[in-house]
Design a protein around this ligand. Structure first.
Ligand code: RB5
Length: 153
């Protein structure tokens, strides 16, 4: 599986349908998917799933991540605890494009109960289709890494 186009994905019980819809869209676009669950409707704990994806993105095993829960908030809080992860909770296509262009965000967090399936997939298309702009944004992203290093044990 190519690391360059690999997306590690996961959801909790409140995000299964949107995760499936985004996965289908990504596969059509040629991305390789690694799915860390959950697969059913049984109640699970979102931090367990956010951690699986964030470890893969933080280590470079996957280029990008996708995390879906009810609001996307819990997933984004957990994901941003991991070194090398820049997780963005997006509610609009504009935010999705901007966070790729400016923040080089590598994990997209979505709230299925907030955005639903149609908008959720459109946000994901915008996110994974957009490139980091570099330039002045490179310096700012480096400062994120500096802050992370300063605050890690
Ligand atoms: C699950 O009920 C819900 O708390 C979870 O999906 C998410 O919204 C947490 O942030």
């Amino acid at each position: 599986m190519s690391t360059q186009k690999k997306v590690a994905i996961a959801c909790d019980h409140a995000g299964t349908e949107l995760k499936k819809a985004v996965a289908a869209m990504l596969e059509k676009r040629g991305f390789a998917i690694e799915d860390f669950g959950t697969h059913g409707n049984d109640s699970v704990d979102y931090p367990d799933f956010a951690s699986e994806v964030s470890r893969r993105v933080g280590s470079g095993d996957a280029a990008f991540g996708l995390l879906v829960c009810g609001t996307g908030i819990g997933m984004s809080i957990v994901a941003n605890k991991y070194r090398g992860v820049r997780a963005a909770l997006c509610h609009t296509e504009f935010e999705a494009r901007a966070t790729r262009q400016h923040n080089d965000a590598n994990v997209l967090c979505l709230g299925e109960r907030v955005v639903g399936l149609g908008l959720g997939v459109a946000i994901a298309e915008a996110f994974y289709d957009t490139q980091f702009e570099g330039g002045r944004h490179m310096r700012r992203v480096q400062k994120i890494a500096d802050a992370e290093a300063e605050n890690s044990r």
